[in-house]
Design a protein around this ligand. Sequence first.
Ligand code: AN0
Ligand code: CP
Length: 315
Amino acid sequence: MRHFTSVSQLGDWQEAFAQAQYVKQNPFADQALGKNKTLLLVFFNNSLRTRLSTQKAGLNLGMNVIVLDIAHGAWKLETERGVVMDGDKSEHLLEAIPVMGCYCDIIGVRSFARFESKEDDYNEVILNQFIQYSGRPVFSMEAATRHPLQTYADLITIEEHKTKARPKVVMTWAPHPKALPQAVPNSFVEGMKLADYDFVIANPEGYDLAPEFTRGIPVVHDQDETLKGADFVYAKNWASYDNYGQVLSQDRSWTVTTEKMALTDNAKFLHCLPVRRNMIVTDEVIESPQSLVIPEAANRVVSAQTVLKQILQSL
Ligand code: AN0
Ligand code: CP
């Protein structure tokens, strides 16, 4: 594997799960692979889990790790070509990217949807420029349309906790005060196709995801109906795709509560975190024994390390 931008690149899910299990059980077995290799993690947006788990994954593989926060300490970057740079931006991405490539062997990039242009976001203009101009293998640490390392960790967590071969997984929209990207839910849909679970999406009218992701997947606008018989509930907020980037609803009847969980088949609760308590999910549910949010976050090291290992093997 050279670049990693979508969970669908994992290919066969059982094989990808077996590789992750090996890494989880033998975290320091591949230290020689990363020796004298430098990992650069570039963040255009905030992060707790991705920042720490991806650093840890690199360290477990024997790599040297550098983290760059673009917003804190780097020059303000222009991203449009052809602009007369007489404003507050001191450097162009077209120089910054190849320069970053000079200092490392592999680059991870976090660059959220900016909600300025649906077309630019869905064409992944920032991530693709790193792929085009850095001269290095590039992996996504959540780009505009996908968060594949999160999805890989979500799938590992489900696989570890499932009690039937093909569990029913419900991904439900839940309310949030701010406009959040569709990257996590889009990517989760790709993961569900890869693992071939019994999968349903519940979201209010106006919140259907991009058809290129949801084609072939049932989308229901009645949350209670979908929760019946669920083995896993994956909650997430996202802003509207059709009314691109808008918050159309903060309907708290979509918050995942104990009453909602009672409709399920004793389902486990998942969320990628960070989560707004008592908007997305109640204190009671996230603190319940059904909640897998911490083991899910722990698996972020496993997903990052498994992917990094494959990229290192391809160098
Ligand atoms: C981001 C999102 O929803 O894409 C990151 C999640 C991993 N969440 C927030 O910005 C709160
Ligand atoms: N789940 C996740 O990616 O969290 P961070 O935004 O804190 O990295």
